[in-house]
Design a protein around this ligand. Structure first.
Ligand code: IMP
Ligand code: MG
Length: 188
């Protein structure tokens, strides 16, 4: 079972394919925060996190931001296992963003369709500015003609879990980023 294999690795502290360890993640988020602080200075900022994958990044990132900050969320969901399905967006819990500087936060920019749809939805609400920040960008996978303004890490085209990212709802709590191994996927 995936669950048992995952926890076995955790107990032994020998994750087989760690892509980014805790210290690398922390450094990347620190640099991301620096760029965002430099870009916005003292201007008030409204953060909109894309649930559920951005929760860990959000918690770490917002505590490194220095401007007056409001935090809202939207929820999207598109993956079943490692396959993309139809995208749904729930924006019931989003803040008012009209005439605000807005920064979208997500875990990963893969094809880009998710953030593009959220961005289009938010653009219609009339923000003063709208930018995006992601922890990860999968190299060469984009199917849209724009890129997030802030990217902490470019990673290879592999299915990754941990630090908020899931496989069928699990692994979000791993403090490091790992590639899910083919045998883990096969046993799911
Ligand atoms: P996109 O729409 O293809 O850019 O995919 C973005 C969303 O798919 C992200 O917000 C993630 O929730 C999910 N996703 C994409 N790649 C991965 C991955 O490697 N692991 C876990 N989730 C992923
Ligand atoms: Mg997501």
């Amino acid at each position: 079972m995936v669950r048992r294999r995952c926890y076995t690795k955790l107990e032994k502290k020998v994750p087989v394919k760690t892509l980014l360890d805790e210290s690398q993640l922390n450094n990347g988020v620190e640099k991301l925060a620096q760029s965002i602080n430099e870009t916005y200075g003292d201007r008030p900022l409204t953060i909109v996190g894309v649930l559920t994958g951005s929760v860990v990044l959000m918690a770490d990132l917002i505590r490194k931001l220095k401007m007056p900050l409001r935090v809202g969320v939207v929820q999207t969901s598109s993956y079943q296992g490692t396959e993309r399905g139809a995208l749904t967006i729930n924006s019931d819990m989003m803040l008012d963003i009209t005439d605000r500087d807005v920064l979208l936060i997500d875990d990963i920019f893969d094809t880009g369709h998710t953030l593009q749809e959220v961005r289009d939805l938010m653009q219609r609400l009339g923000p003063t500015s709208l930018k995006s920040a992601v922890l990860l960008c999968k190299t060469g996978c984009q199917k849209v003609d724009w890129m997030p303004e802030f990217v902490a890490f470019d990673i290879p085209d592999e299915f990754v879990v941990g630090y908020g990212l899931d496989y069928n709802g699990e692994y979000r709590n791993l403090p490091f980023l790992a590639c899910l191994e083919p045998e883990d996927l096969g046993e799911a």
